[in-house]
Design a protein around this ligand. Structure first.
Ligand code: OSB
Ligand code: MG
Length: 369
């Protein structure tokens, strides 16, 4: 049993190496909430994947902070001694808010594992020591710049290129990248920017042997995704729509997708992410590990998850250098063969560098019982 004695919230900000543009907005800085829990025997870290604004999901940094401070942390303090399997029950009084929950669940798990000298990857049931890495490429100002970015990432060794797309430039950009690189694993991510009226776009994209088209339609449009999947050859992958293992099961059952992007933060943390993996595996659907431009703390968690047996496609688990000039942990570095080591030490296997953390901190608050 483990008891949480104190919790610290911290808002951090780091510049991105290049602006990241998607169909729902542009980011030049990573700003997120970090959670540190203290137990009797250890401390653990969790990173909240919410962003400054509620563009990707309803959650956002200031909201997550408030939900953790007002509801989740008090519930965890009140329950006293707990095991990881109890956490769903502890947080059951708070509906939704998976990103806020995930940050606390993951911080607790990190401390709990460190007390037992166990690694996260081992705890989850990982069967790999290295994982294959892909990279998510933001929408560039011009096709020439996009081709430059893609060429650079391929030279570094990335094993799958994912292009962010938006209405207007989609088919032309994909055609240009495919013409330059006929044989690479190539996918696209629309971040919910289309409707079924855009069927002609997806029919056109069908010509480019894409590995998948990620979240083409709205986040609540499961039935519409099933209709789209029936009309196109390319596999549909869902991201925003999958907020729990139950939704993953429903989506797969009705044919709304054939592939699932697992983001632990979007589904409420590592324990639920493992259940999404298990559901997809039972139905024979491949999964891969998505990302939310995490710092080295969140990336360590993603790497452990990506090492589970059902993760058969390269994830958005890129090198620290793809995001930041200086990460808040020791950098995660991809080898030239396009693989990255899964952290093996106790807990999530990494801790923040104290000086870098201090530099990046915008605000912090201590919470106690
Ligand atoms: O849709 O997968 C997405 C980043 C922020 C929000 C949503 C998404 C992304 C990415 C980048 O695609 C993944 C990463 O490299 O972390
Ligand atoms: Mg996505």
């Amino acid at each position: 049993m483990t008891r949480v004695r104190a919790i610290e919230l911290r808002l951090v900000g780091l510049p991105l190496v290049r602006p990241f543009r998607t169909s729902f907005g542009e980011q030049t800085r990573k700003v997120c909430v970090l959670v540190r829990v203290e137990t009797d025997g250890a401390e653990g870290w969790g990173e909240c994947v919410a962003d400054i604004d509620p563009g990707f999901s309803e959650e956002f940094n200031e909201g997550a902070w408030l939900v953790i401070r007002t509801f989740l942390a008090p519930a965890l303090f009140a329950v006293g001694d707990v095991e990881p399997r109890d956490l769903d029950g502890v947080f059951a009084g708070v509906r939704g808010n998976p990103m806020a929950k995930a940050a606390l669940v993951n911080a607790f798990l990190d401390a709990w594992l460190r007390e037992r000298d166990r690694s996260l990857a081992g705890f989850l049931g990982a069967d790999k020591e290295r994982v294959a890495c892909g990279v998510s490429v933001g929408i560039a100002p011009t096709t020439e710049e996009l081709l430059d970015h893609v060429r650079g990432y391929l030279e570094e060794g990335y094993r799958r290129i994912k292009l962010k797309i938006e209405p207007g430039t989609d088919v032309e950009r994909v055609a240009a990248v495919r013409a330059a690189h006929p044989d690479i694993l190539l996918s696209v991510d629309a971040n919910a920017a289309y409707t079924l009226n855009d069927l002609h776009v997806f029919r056109a994209l069908d010509r480019f042997s894409l590995l998948m088209v990620e979240q083409p339609l709205g986040h609540e449009d499961l039935v519409e995704h099933a209709k789209l999947q029936q009309e196109i050859r390319t596999d549909v992958c869902l991201d925003e729509s999958i907020r729990s293992a139950a939704l993953a099961a429903s989506a797969l059952e009705i044919g709304a997708c054939r592939i699932v992007n697992v983001k632990q933060g979007r589904v409420g943390g590592l324990l639920e992410a493992k259940r999404v993996h298990d559901v997809a595996r039972a139905q024979g659907a491949p999964v891969w590990c998505g990302g939310m431009l995490e710092t080295g703390l969140g990336r360590a968690v993603n790497l452990a998850l990506a090492a589970l047996p059902g993760f058969t496609l390269p994830g958005d688990t890129s090198s620290s250098a793809r995001y930041f000039t200086e990460d808040i942990t020791e950098p995660h570095v991809m080898a030239p063969d396009g693989t990255m080591p899964v952290p093996g030490g106790p807990g999530i296997g990494v801790v923040p560098k104290a000086d870098r953390l201090a530099e990046c901190t915008l605000r912090s608050e201590a919470l106690a019982p």
